[in-house]
Design a protein around this ligand. Structure first.
Ligand code: LLP
Length: 432
């Protein structure tokens, strides 16, 4: 479903006019639709229903606790990659038995915390990590459930910065080393090797790489079993792409068919780790035009959202659709660059877009900003993190308020050797 539609000429999030949110909360602001998040979860769960696959939502896509709790309410578990994310999942009500801890560099402290919590599984990515977890678990007198992440060496055909399943990527253990590493894990007293995991990349719109990777994993599981290992679980990873530009929708039934054909016959307990698929198109970044500048070559629409709020366009050359909040505004013959106030040429949200005439004060919605938007935000240029709003039906709630300047600036501490700040002096003006 698209939760963002025009009603009476103005763009709404479900039943709430975005203009109302802008007026009451200010801009820039991320706006999410709870109904759209639930609809995506339900669609995936329905496609996979016959295989009884546990869906562990990858928190990295959007870790606002209201979003996590919305998904947990539907039955989702969590895929976390840091102690911080683990704490967020717990705080939002995800049961530890539904939490998978992934990531290439877990520290001893993080491992200890996860073991105390009693999570479902660690996904481990290297032999040193296996040794460290074995030591930490031994120190606590417990046994850690572990899936070993293998790298199937498959090209996911996505952006270079978000592909993970090739040998040259830092992720997982090369499949050629699988038998030796698995045997080592099985011999460790405080490791219970429960199965295998994989993740080949993010924003996959071509499903063929999944089939290739899952086939390799199934072969691996069979050969590990032939060596006597009890492979009980297979974690399928995440990465299913969403439609950013209106021309590429991944068919979940086709994805499910690949899993059904390649992996389900193994009879293992299955998990998957979707992030973007569940939340990406359920959010927009709402921003207000500050100025419009007409250069000789271009029209620059300077808005109050910037690369610190949504870094995807400049980091990955990512395309996000941008639409005016007022429908049918007069056409402009001049394409526009939508840029923010940050002092970098890379600070743009879109380039060369056909957009109507825009004036200061006009609102724009940057679409598909529900995943890897707010979570990748920063306060670069001492800009306040954009707040987050969750809409359900005709209601909305601020689920992360805009911080105050006092809170942001007050994080710094002056060392003893610097004198306390003085009120700014106007010595040059000769007032002393
Ligand atoms: N599992 C693992 C092990 C992962 O590394 C990731 C994403 C996921 C699951 C979830 O992938 P998803 O279903 O969301 O594609 N910041 C980038 C995306 C980075 C993805 C990192 N790993 C972006 O904005 O496109």
């Amino acid at each position: 479903m698209d939760a963002f539609t025009y009603r009476d000429g103005s763009l709404h999030a479900e039943g709430v006019p975005l203009a109302r949110i802008a007026a009451e909360v200010g801009t820039p602001v991320f706006v999410y639709s709870a109904t759209a998040i639930e609809a995506q979860y339900d669609a995936l769960a329905a496609a996979l229903a016959d295989m009884n696959i546990g869906i562990c939502y990858a928190l990295k896509a959007n870790s606002n606790q209201a979003v996590i709790a919305t998904l947990a309410g539907r039955g989702a578990g969590a895929d976390v990659v840091s102690e911080g994310e683990l704490r967020r999942a717990l705080a939002a009500g995800v049961h530890p038995s539904k939490i998978v801890f992934a990531g290439v560099g877990k520290t001893a402290g993080e491992m200890r915390f996860a073991l105390e919590t009693g999570i479902h599984q660690f996904n481990l990515e290297s032999e040193p990590e296996l040794e460290l977890l074995n030591d930490v678990a031994a120190g606590m007198g417990v046994v850690a459930p572990v899936a070993i992440r293998f790298n199937p060496d498959v090209d996911a055909k996505t952006h270079a910065k978000i592909t993970t399943g090739k040998k040259e990527n830092k992720f997982g253990i090369e499949i050629e080393q699988a038998k030796a590493v698995y045997a080592r894990a099985a011999a460790m007293a405080n490791i219970d090797p429960v199965g295998v995991a994989m993740h080949i990349g993010s924003q996959l719109t071509d499903l063929a790489p999944y089939r290739a990777a899952y086939r390799r994993m199934a072969d691996l599981v069979r050969s590990l079993r032939a060596e006597g290992h009890d492979i009980r679980r297979v974690d399928l990873g995440g990465g299913i792409g969403i439609d950013y530009s209106g021309d590429h929708i991944v068919d979940l039934a086709t994805y499910a068919a690949i899993v059904r054909e390649e992996i389900a016959p193994l009879g293992a307990e299955l998990l998957c780790e979707p992030g973007r698929l569940l939340v990406g198109n359920a959010g927009v970044l709402l921003t207000r035009t500050i100025f419009v500048k007409h250069g000789s070559a271009k029209r620059f629409v300077i808005v109050d959202a910037a690369m610190n709020d949504l870094i995807r366009p400049t980091l990955y050359e990512a395309y996000h659709q941008i639409v005016p909040v007022i429908e049918n505004a007069p056409e402009s013959p001049h394409p526009a660059d939508i840029v923010g106030p940050v002092c970098e040429s890379g600070d743009y949200l879109a380039r060369d877009r056909a957009l109507p005439e825009l004036d200061a004060g006009d609102l724009l919605a940057v679409k598909s900003a529900g995943a890897y938007g707010a979570v990748m935000g920063s306060s670069y240029n001492t800009r306040l993190l954009a707040p987050e709003v969750l809409v359900r039906g005709d209601d909305f709630a601020v689920v992360r308020p805009r911080p105050s300047y006092e809170a942001l600036i007050g994080q710094d501490r002056l060392p003893d050797w610097l004198s306390p700040p003085q009120p700014m002096r106007r010595a040059a003006a000769g007032e002393d």
